[in-house]
Design a protein around this ligand. Structure first.
Ligand SMILES: Cc1cc2nc3c(=O)[nH]c(=O)nc-3n(C[C@H](O)[C@H](O)[C@H](O)COP(=O)(O)OP(=O)(O)OC[C@H]3O[C@@H](n4cnc5c(N)ncnc54)[C@H](O)[C@@H]3O)c2cc1C
Length: 418
């Protein structure tokens, strides 16, 4: 088995670089997936100057470039909505210009849920959970529009490559690479929303690596796929499901934190896809989209001041900044403690999305789209508050932070959901 560079001794070179400082912001968000978009909007809505960097040409990360296109539920599966705020706003945004599969009971937010129509199935046209398929491309256009309308400053096709650390643990900004070259962007607060904890790991913040089953999802359309617009984006899944069923024997369970692993995962996925379709009638089938991001679920995450774990399920957390429902286990929910978003030794570095401090099944619960929107929103508000008060993240008054978050129509405790 190829270890793809792990444990190998490498030669090093020393670079002496002079890097121009291009710009600065109150809050710098690195990564424009769902978490980064939510964090940027949330910080901006607190009145801060926000800059978001995205290394690809398009926003949405795995949800769009990765072709996921299924927004997991905002409700508990028993008729109660547990997630509001940006998780709900972004769900609605995902289907603003494209088709949806919202169940009838959740379609109109102004009409109370008719519990007599609740269905046992997660996906049901009338009584399913508050979740939907969406068009990734339409969602991308809608995100562009919203970010610009709200005054978030944007840099696309720009990678954050190195945090600028001062005095050991304070981050003064980020060095970037783009077609312009190498530049520095300064900031008072930095939110790492790269999905892979790229900035945190390079800053020396304690992180933990994940493991991934081999899986690859493309979107396809057959000649008969005309029953509804959404059916033209049928998933073509290769490899394992969420729980590992279908993982090829002997195939490594990559963390996805090495470029060699990323490359192998993508090429192997595309090869397997081709193998599965090469004998099809090419005039009756088309693969309409390939993922432009490796579909790793859990690559690397923060080891924060607190870590959310499965035994926190259905437990009240006094320092909660978000209520997150379990997408697979009806009735289950988690309250996310603020300390899952940062490491106490690093005063101005936050994590958002699939790289926050959660583990085991709780990591799965927090890494799906609504969970990423929720942690992104909390991180954005915390960053803005820290700038307003000139305080380190671990000095923020939790009650004041919770008040700010609640003002954005976010539920942070289960009892608030009724
Ligand atoms: C196979 C699979 C199936 C899934 N199924 C579902 C599902 O059905 N429903 C659901 O809700 N969730 C699902 N998920 C989970 C969900 O899609 C993701 O976990 C979630 O969208 C992650 O959001 P994020 O913003 O945290 O990270 P990402 O989506 O990974 O976004 C990170 C962004 O940061 C950018 N970036 C990375 N590094 C840099 C850098 N150095 N500089 C600048 N930008 C950078 C990336 O380009 C990307 O846009 C699935 C995931 C996988 C892999």
């Amino acid at each position: 088995m190829n270890d793809h560079g792990r444990g190998k001794r490498v030669k090093t070179i020393t670079e002496c670089l002079e890097t121009p400082v291009r710009d600065s912001a109150d809050v710098l968000v690195v990564g424009g997936g769902i978490a980064g978009v939510a964090a940027a909007l949330a910080a901006r809505r607190q009145g801060r100057d926000v800059l978001i960097l995205e290394k690809t040409a398009l926003f949405g990360g795995l949800a769009t470039n990765g072709l996921i296109s299924w927004y997991e539920p905002l409700c508990d599966g028993e008729g109660t909505q547990l997630m509001k705020g940006l998780p709900e706003e972004l769900l609605r945004l995902s289907v603003r210009y494209g088709p949806d599969t919202l169940p009838e009971i959740w379609r109109d937010p102004g009409i109370p849920v008719d519990r007599t129509k609740l269905a046992a199935q997660k996906q049901h046209p009338v009584g399913g959970r508050y979740a939907t398929y969406f068009s990734p491309t339409m969602f991308q256009l809608a995100i562009d529009e919203l970010l610009q309308k709200e005054g978030v400053r944007i840099r696309l096709c720009m990678s954050g490559v190195r945090p600028l650390m001062e005095g050991g643990n304070t981050c003064r900004g980020v060095v970037t690479e783009s077609v312009t070259g190498r530049e520095a962007y300064l900031a008072r607060m930095v939110i790492d929303a790269t999905g892979d904890a790229v900035i945190l790991a390079r800053a020396g913040v304690p992180c933990v690596e994940g493991e991934n089953y081999f899986s690859f999802v493309a979107q396809e359309m057959g000649a008969n796929a005309v029953s509804s617009v959404i059916s033209r984006r049928k998933w073509h899944s290769i490899g394992a499901n969420l729980y590992g069923a279908g993982h090829p024997e002997g195939y490594p369970r990559y963390a996805g934190t090495r470029n060699e692993e990323e490359t192998a995962f993508l090429l192997d996925g595309r090869r397997c896809l081709l193998d599965s379709i090469r004998r099809r009638d090419r005039f009756r089938n088309d693969v309409t989209a390939l993922p432009s991001q490796a579909q790793f679920r859990k690559t690397r995450r923060l080891r924060g001041g607190a870590t959310l774990v499965e035994s926190d399920c259905r437990a009240c957390a006094d320092r909660s900044v978000a209520l997150i429902c379990d997408f697979d286990r009806p009735g289950d929910w988690y309250e996310l403690p603020y300390e899952c978003l940062y490491h106490p030794d690093y005063p101005n570095l936050l994590a958002a999305g699939r790289m926050i401090s959660s583990d085991g099944w709780a990591w799965d619960v927090t890494r799906v789209i609504p969970g990423c929107a929720a942690s992104g929103e909390a991180a954005g508000i915390a960053a803005a508050m820290a700038v307003d008060e000139g305080q380190a993240l671990n000095r923020l008054d939790i009650r004041s932070l919770q008040t700010r978050i609640r003002r954005q129509n976010v539920l942070i405790h289960r009892q608030e959901a009724g």
